[in-house]
Design a protein around this ligand. Sequence first.
Ligand SMILES: [Zn+2]
Length: 623
Amino acid sequence: MKVSYESGASETIVLAAEELSVYLKRMIKELPETEWEIQLVSDESSFQADCNDSFRIRIGACGGCITGSNDRSVLLAVYDYLHYLGCRFLMPQKEYEIVPCIEKENLEVSYEKQASFFHRGVCIEGADSFENILGYIEWLPKVGFNSFFLQFKSPYAFMERWYRHLENPYVPAQDYTPMDAVRDMERLETEIKRRGMMLHKAGHGWTGEVLGYHTVSWNRETENDDEQFTHRMAMINGKRELFGGVPANTNLCYHNEDAIDAFVELVVDYAKKNPSMNYLHVWLADEYNNICECPECVQTTLSDQYVELLNEIDARMIEENLDTRIVFLLYQELLWPPVVQRLNHQERFVLMFAPISRTFEKSYELDGGETAIPVYVRNHVTLPTNLAENMAFLRQWQKIFEGGSFVYDYPLGRAHYGDFGYVHIAKVICSDIQKLDRMKLDGYISCQELRAAFPNALPNYMMAYTLFQKDVGEKEVIEEYFSACYGEDWEKALAYLTKLSDLNCCDYVNGKGERGSQEIAGRMEQVIQCCQEFEKEIDGHCGKDGMWDTFFWELLSYHRNYILLFADALRLLAEGEEEQAGQKWEAMREYICLNEQKYQPFFDVYRILEVTRKYTGLYKPQK
Ligand SMILES: [Zn+2]
């Protein structure tokens, strides 16, 4: 048996060949004889021009050919073929993949596929070790993703949270510096490029850099001796200062020429130094209602100033012969389209629609009719939770911009902690992706915790397969996933998690709605009951020797203990018993912190504790 490719093939094709050989050797006891050969070919010309990632698989009795529309598509094809043969890439952790034994006759098949969307990716959030990020990157093409986004100029913020164990008092902090993050980032980028994936970089942080701070996180600045750039800051209530002490959250006076020049030079310089980056994100501050009130800025809108800034960057990039694609962001104040300004060269730009304040109780609402966008009032903006209103903003922007675009969404950043079963959020993701065509958006980047597999990774799995084939079928994906994870009793596990999902409180955990709520309190009581009733079933999957039928049952057991504590804390909060809710939260914290190392890859302890304090309001330190 042989896997071959042309001499001089890229490292992506070489990796595809290695992977195919390794998996086939594991899967087939009796390998086909030597003349059996699979050729890997990257051939754009044999596919429709400008198509999304596409591939063709033709395997007969003597082997055959796997052809991709680009090198990355060859790698995607190899993994898709392995999936066809029965492999299941259930989570970013390689040890939980399913690799079946098959007969060599099963190798024969012919089919072709084209990805439904151009942009299919994930953006780093949460607290992550180097191994977490690397494992995630390795997993992405296995399930059909093609992009990864490292935020800021380095992913320091996310890695610092992990290595310093910021929310876990039981684990001693390790040192981790911005230089460590740069070193780790270089290795991660090598792995992204090795897979031919599209690399997105930067985003927030530019405003802090313009103010002279090395901005690779949302951390507060304590040193305040550098007054030389104060004039570049937004003036709010007559004062120019850091917003909450955080450079990444501070807006600039976008009328100030010195600030604009510095911004443009920083972006252009960064593009020059990062030739392997495919998409450069240029965003403003990560807070709202904090924009400049100086006499010049108030005569225009933030979006008009943003478009002017983007045009200046574009002009400088033309001078420098840089073809870097720039991603601009629609969220917060920037949801309101510019009044006067327009992008000069739309082909340079990609529109990123980020409905960060949306509800996750439901999927995108497209049938609500034409909703008007609210009147814009400087520094008195309320963000839209309503889906129809979010769509109305997008439509207004689409009237003036016709270039590439994708949605940047957050089902697995915060909201998922309110769906204990993960079935609800997986269905919302599936339904949202199926609506992207109608929204005139060509893809989806998920801004999310990378460790979001608790009780399992169905939401990410659903996202991946629906993005590649939007009509793949919600039910089929769920059945495939659950039967692979839980074995013959998978339907019981699904029924239990579906019940928990029906009792979800995604918006409540995310801080939306009144804290006192009989509805939520009632739901949490039912959640507790449901967990208690299923206890025996879960325990039945653990042998007398302490061995579990599959790891997913063990994870379900740990998950149940956590939900019992969490749901009780939420019940108390919803009943107005704040102090007792805080005590329950502390019990939950102790439980998950003490067990963190054991279940580290699946559950982001930093993030759940941050979300439940900051957004849910479960814990207020006693004065
Ligand atoms: Zn100003």
